[in-house]
Ligand binder design. Sequence first.
Ligand SMILES: *Cc1c(COP(=O)(O)O)cnc(C)c1O
Length: 391
Amino acid sequence: MARIPGSAAALLSRASSALPVVLIRPEVLRRRAQAVVAAFPGEVLYAVKCHDDERVLRALVRGGVRGFDVASIEEVRRIRRLFGPEVTVAFMHPVKPKAAIAEAYHHHGVRRFALDHPSELAKIEAATGGARDLELVVRLAVSNEGALLALSGKFGAAPAEAVDLLRQARPRARRLGLTFHVGSQCLDPGAFTRAIALAGEVARAAGGVDHLDVGGGFPASYRGDEPPFAAFVGEIRQAVAAAFGEIALACEPGRLLVAEGASILVRVEQRRGQRLYLNDGIYGSLAELRWLGPCFPLARIRDGLIEVRPEVGFDLFGPTCDSIDAMPGPHWLPADVAEGDWLEVGMAGAYTRALATRFNGLGAAEVLEVDDWPWYLRPSADAAHSAPVAA
Ligand SMILES: *Cc1c(COP(=O)(O)O)cnc(C)c1O
C-alpha cells in the first residue's frame, strides 16, 4: 500500500477512484499513543474493535502501547500474529465461546479474562483445564450517565453479584481484578469518580482485589470543548487514592487513541437544496455521524483546495436504499457545495471503518496512509508536520 506524502487535497487530485477514501495518519496516532501512555498511571490497553487496521495498530505500538483489549478469538490471533508474545492480550468480552477461551489460553498465552456471571467462571475453568495462573477481571455494572453512547445495557454484574463473583473467582485466580465501562464518549470525568467509588465498596466487601481496570470511554475532541484526558486522569488518581489507596491500574481506551488519526473522504453525488447525497453512509464508514450527531469537523475539497467554511447546515444521506441511511444535520459546509465535490470528515478514526458493511454492494473504501498534519487538529509543534491546507 502506497504511502502518499502531502495533503488530502493533493492526494485527491491524483485519485481516479469513485470509492470513499480512508486516510490513516500514523504519525498522529503515534503521538497520541505516546501522550496517553505518558499521562496514565498504569497499563494502557487499546480496545482493538475501535479500528483494527494493521497500520493503526502498528502506529499505536510505535507510540508505546503494549497491551490490547480484545473481544474475539480473531482479534487474539491477529494481535499475536502482528506483535508476538511480548504484548499483553486481555480478553475482556464478558461472554466468550468456550473454544475461544481454550484457544486463547492454550495457544496464545492469554491469561486475563473478563467475566460478569458465574456461568462464565465455570466456562473459563473448564476451558483452561482448571488453570491457577489466571487473571480474572469481574465487570461491574456502572451508570452510563454522562456518556453519549451507553454500553451498560448488556454487560456488568450488579454490586452484590460482583461481590459474590469475586469471592468465587478468588481461589482460581493468580490475580483478581475489577473493571467497568462508563460508556463511550463520556463527557463527565465525575462518572469515573463515581464508578471507582462503587468499585472500591465492592472490592472491600469481597476482601480486596489486586487490580482495577477503569475501562474506556474517554472522549475524543470532536467539537473542541470536551474535557481533556488530563482531567480524567486527575479524577481517576484522586478517586483511586480515596477508594483503594495503592492499586495496580489499567485503562482500555479506544476512541481517545484513534479518533483523530484518520479521516474519510467522501464524494457528493447529488445536491438537493440542503440535502447532500454521498457515496458513503451509515452502512459504510459513517455510522458515527448518525449515532454521535453532527459534531464531526468537515471540509470541502475542490480543485486541490481544502476549505473549512461553515456557512450552511446540511443533512447528509448515504448511498444505500435504506432510509435509515441518513445523517441528520446541521453538518456545516460552504454554501456552494455541489455534485462532484469531495468532503473530508475529520476525527474519523474511531468506529468508522470498523463498522462498515457491504450492504447494497457498497461500503468498500480505499485505505491510504498519509503524513500531512490535518487541518482539524491544532498545528503541530513539529514544523515538519505543519503541512499547508492547500495543495
Ligand atoms: C468498546 C470498549 C472499550 C473502548 O471504549 P471507548 O469508548 O472507545 O474508549 C473499552 N473496553 C471495553 C470492554 C469495550 O467494550
